[in-house]
Design a protein around this ligand. Structure first.
Ligand SMILES: CC(=O)N[C@H](C=O)[C@@H](O)[C@H](O)[C@H](O)COP(=O)(O)O
Length: 240
């Protein structure tokens, strides 16, 4: 038996290699190269979006992958692995872990998160499930539904959390989630600096996922430009 992915990533950095269609680095081969760079830098796993990217990353690097499919539906705001259709699609690449929106927002076609988890357990019993949440209540519910790991991915991206960022008030939201659940917690979303990632680990996270600060050069460039114009790096809280 190979080591569980949860053990592999414990205490480690996961790099999210994502570029949507409208982004300059869009393309499975480019994301696979990004994953190779992350591997060379010491990342323990990759998070990737879409079957083409997940498959290309899996061919390129030996690292385990957290797979998602971002897809918009007309009747729902949920867009990260919103239905079992995306689960079935991703399983063609056999990722060890799939992440899905685990907020309490209505899902496409009136389906429920509980149904989606039950479907995964029935059809893919080896698959690890990551809950992308945006509130402490959602973290508790995800634990109750049997998710293997809980991520703060959607904090700041739902109506109720819009405008919040993970690092504010010394990661108060992250600390609340850590106190509320006993499953492993992954810090994800707006972890912008090595110092922030280190703080997440110090607070008791299982792992940290960093995306844009490593793999979206347009975001990195904008931060430099903004800091030079204003005299400070507002997003990073000037801590480094
Ligand atoms: C909200 C949403 O769509 N998050 C997505 C989830 O997969 C990605 O776009 C993020 O890059 C990822 O969560 C990592 O976060 P950051 O790029 O801030 O380090």
């Amino acid at each position: 038996m190979t080591e569980s992915m949860l053990t592999t990533i414990k205490g480690k950095l996961v790099v999210s290699c994502q570029a949507l269609e409208q982004e300059p680095l869009h393309g499975a081969q480019i994301m696979a190269r990004m994953a190779l760079a992350a591997q060379q830098g010491g990342a323990a796993a990759i998070r990737a979006n879409g079957l083409a990217d997940v498959a290309a990353v899996r061919r390129q690097v030996a690292l385990p992958v957290i797979a998602i499919i971002k897809r918009d539906y007309p009747d729902s705001e949920v867009f990260i692995t919103a239905t079992v259709r995306e689960i079935d699609e991703l399983m063609a690449a056999q990722p060890p872990m799939i992440a899905m929106d685990a907020t309490d927002r209505p899902r496409p076609g009136g389906s429920s998160l509980a149904q989606q988890v039950a479907y995964c357990r029935r059809h893919y019993p080896q698959l690890l499930l990551m809950a992308d949440i945006a509130s402490v209540a959602q973290a508790r519910e995800a634990e109750h539904l049997g998710f293997d790991v809980i991520g703060t991915t959607l904090y700041g991206y739902t109506d109720a959390s819009r405008g919040r960022t993970l690092a504010e008030h010394d990661f108060v939201f992250l600390r609340e989630v850590l106190a509320a659940v006993s499953r492993p917690v992954i810090a994800e979303g707006n972890v912008l600096t090595p110092a922030m990632a280190a703080r997440c680990m110090q607070l008791g996270c299982h792992a940290v996922v960093v995306g844009g600060a490593i793999t979206r050069p347009q975001q990195i460039t904008a931060r430099f430009v903004s800091a030079m114009e204003t005299g400070n790096d507002a997003r990073a809280g000037n801590e480094d």
